[in-house]
Design a protein around this ligand. Structure first.
Ligand code: SF4
Length: 702
């Protein structure tokens, strides 16, 4: 029993923010006196980051909404729940009557509990019968998920417990900066760092990369968007320098020859030319991983958003999986390949049906057997279930157009700030006949909505989440819901009944979880033996968890991969580079990311004084020579200009930046919105936009 539910005083739960889902205990009975203390759990080992420590501030934020708002005469004005839900239901009904079922769209979030992610998908397919549903996780893990399914037959971010990494002497991190994004994760990297085996591929010298160097490890300061070339070069060196595990490749994989036909072209010198990473460093990476493997001290390759958020993100992750496979790491105890999930319920959020192409249990919506199973659980005819809809950006980009939805309901997301080409997306949102936003504060997206529905927050609701290891966790309410707020389950039930849907929508999360378990049974993410009671009793269960495997599956792929023949697949992919080239007008590459104090669009963390005191200003990180060439000094205000927009930021000089790259955090809105610049070039497989590379110039502000 890992979850100490019955033995702690206070309410044991998990952090409101990221995918590490650190364990914490909440003490107090009102929002005013609630305190947070860390709780020991394998993922966080008793630690929290500054965001977790200050998370109770969200519960007492002065801007908390407790009344539905409806726009009348241009103003958002308070109204009753009955009126607000009637406005929404009438708007949805009218749009569907006039323009068909797909006239109504839903947009979800990777932070929603499992029950909400599940019920949102069910509400779309059963009550509205629209295909137009997707969520912001499309912009987070979709490339890694697509590559995992392509190569392993299954996507679970870490197919092993995160604590396994703690024993490893070599870890290669691709585009991950846990020192800022999830600091307690660093405890799992200590051994690798102490043995000089922590290696970080990132255009910036991040705090994580600095930690690697401090321990004698490596920082691979690659050009943004050249990650796949790096991976192929490492595969090349692993093979030509005798580090490939030929027995593993022969017995546990297919497709090596096809992959090698590409990787053979990636001679180290060519890789150095393209990526900017020295041949000696490339060689050292491969040797370090192989040495740890050969001495059975553990070697891991872990990817994150830096390599994934590209127009070729799926192929990039596929290339890094090829590196792990050629070294024989996946499916071997103590070694492996994994991806580090970002959003709070990033894993669970992508399993239960809020994706455009998916049904619960991580099933494909175009699979007839999956449709028949889920339709049976839902009590509907499979032929009545809609097919796949548009992906997140394509959905938002179609809003208010002749062929696109005219009504959108948003949950757990703030696309005005977080969408790529945010200016264009905001125009589309404004073109809607009806924009409905469910949030607990007036986010930037809520501020332009026609109806705003005030919902519950993390410490006011019961539910389950699934963390980055596929481990199912209980979220518990420490506070009674504030007067005037409602949970999303209640909102969907109210709308379904107003829309005349004959199928009932449960409002009790426990009841919804029971249905979710049945809907997931037999699917890739099978929760059928994970019961609410077992979670409450403190059991720690990784999916798949079934009657045949009642203790769950902490480690996947030990005997076989989830492909038809049980073997992992090499897939022949090649380097493509960023979709948008630099030129004389836009000579720099902008890359985006996070800072320690903020989370996602900042809609929550910008409410916390301690966090904004520490990091309250939008900045652009620039090499001094680059700044000087634009006439800028440290602390100056500058415009960063792309082909799509401009953002204003304070110049922060950094000797360690590549001179051809600038970095912008994406937590700020308005004039300081990084996503005003980003490029929505989409990965053809995952439909991930290219957040991590776009061409820009710097301009001094008059
Ligand atoms: Fe842990 Fe992430 Fe919360 Fe920080 S934000 S306390 S790392 S779950």
């Amino acid at each position: 029993s890992i979850e100490a539910a019955a033995t702690t005083t206070g309410t044991p739960t998990h952090c409101a923010y990221c995918g590490l889902q650190c364990a914490m205990t909440l003490t107090g009975s009102t929002a005013a006196d609630l305190t947070v203390s860390p709780r020991r759990f394998p993922t966080n080992r008793g630690g929290l980051c500054q965001k977790g420590w200050t998370s109770a501030e969200l519960l007492r934020t002065p801007g908390r909404l407790t009344t539905p708002l409806v726009r009348r005469d241009g103003q958002l004005v308070p109204t009753t729940w009955d009126d607000a839900l009637t406005v929404v239901a009438d708007g949805m009904r009218e749009a569907q009557q006039n323009r068909g079922r797909d006239a109504v769209a839903l947009f979800g979030g990777g932070g929603l509990t499992n029950e909400k992610a599940y019920q949102l998908g069910r509400f779309a397919r059963v009550a509205l019968r629209t295909s137009q549903i997707d969520y912001n996780g499309r912009w987070c893990m979709s490339s890694a998920a697509a590559a995992g399914i392509r190569c392993f037959g299954l996507d679970r971010g870490l197919p092993f417990p995160v604590t396994d990494i703690g024993s490893a002497h070599a870890v290669l991190l691709l585009g991950a900066n846990p020192a800022e994004t999830m600091p307690p994760f660093l405890t799992h990297l200590v051994r690798a760092a102490d043995h000089g085996g922590l290696m970080v591929a990132d255009p910036r010298l991040t705090p994580t990369a600095a930690k690697a160097l401090d321990g004698g490890g490596l920082h691979l300061a690659l050009r943004p968007g050249t990650d796949a070339a790096l991976a192929l070069g490492l595969v090349h060196l692993a093979v030509t320098e005798g580090h490939a595990d030929r027995t593993y490749v022969e017995q546990r994989t297919t497709g090596f020859d096809e992959l090698w036909a590409v990787a053979a072209q990636w001679l180290p010198e060519r890789v150095e030319r393209v990526t900017g990473v020295a041949v000696t460093t490339l060689r050292e990476v491969v040797r370090t991983l192989a040495r740890a493997r050969d001495t059975e001290r553990g070697a891991y390759v872990l990817s994150a958003r830096g390599g994934e958020q590209h127009a070729s993100g799926t192929d990039t992750v596929t290339a890094f999986i090829a590196l792990a496979l050629v070294l024989g790491l996946p499916g071997n105890p103590g070694s492996g390949f994994g991806t580090v999930t970002g959003q709070g319920n990033g894993q669970g959020g992508r399993e239960h049906g809020q994706k455009a192409d998916q049904l619960p249990g991580y099933r494909r919506i175009d699979d007839p057997a999956a449709r028949a199973h889920v339709a049976r659980v839902w009590g509907v005819d499979p032929d009545d279930l809609p097919g796949p809809g548009r992906s997140a950006f394509e959905l938002l980009d179609a809003l208010g157009t002749e062929s696109g939805p005219s009504v959108l309901m948003v949950h757990g997301s703030n696309p005005v700030v977080s969408a790529p080409e945010a200016g264009r997306v905001t125009e589309r949102l404004r073109a809607l006949d009806l924009l409905v936003v469910c949030d607990f504060v007036l986010s930037e997206t809520a501020a332009i909505a026609d109806v705003v529905l005030p919902v519950l927050q993390w410490a006011e609701e019961e539910g389950t989440l699934t963390n980055l290891e596929g481990r199912v966790l209980r979220r518990r309410a420490a506070l009674a819901p504030p007067d005037g707020c409602r949970g999303e389950l209640e909102i969907w039930a109210g709308l379904a009944s107003r829309l005349g849907c004959p199928v009932l929508f449960a409002t009790d999360p426990r009841e919804v979880f029971d249905e979710l378990r049945r809907a997931s049974a037999g699917g890739p993410a099978d929760y059928s033996a994970v019961t609410w009671e077992r979670l409450d009793a403190g059991e720690s269960l990784h999916w798949p968890c079934t009657t045949e495997r009642p203790q769950g599956t902490p480690r996947l792929f030990l005997d076989r991969f989830a492909t038809p023949d049980g073997r992992a697949r090499f897939v022949a992919v090649d380097h493509q580079g960023p979709a948008e080239p630099v030129d004389a007008d836009h000579p720099l590459v902008a890359t985006t990311g996070r800072v320690l104090q903020h989370y996602q669009s900042g809609a929550q963390t910008r409410l916390v004084a301690e966090l904004t005191d520490a990091a309250g200003v939008m900045f652009v990180q620039v090499h001094p020579d680059t700044a000087a060439a634009a006439g800028l000094a440290d602390g100056d205000r500058a415009d960063v200009v792309s082909r799509r927009g401009r953002t204003t930021a304070q110049v922060r000089l950094d000797d360690d930046m590549r001179p051809d790259v600038v970095f912008l955090p994406f937590h700020w809105a308005g004039d300081g919105a990084a996503n005003a610049l980003t490029n929505a070039a989409l990965d053809p497989t995952s439909r991930m936009p290219e957040f991590k590379a776009c061409a820009v110039r710097l301009e001094a502000r008059p």
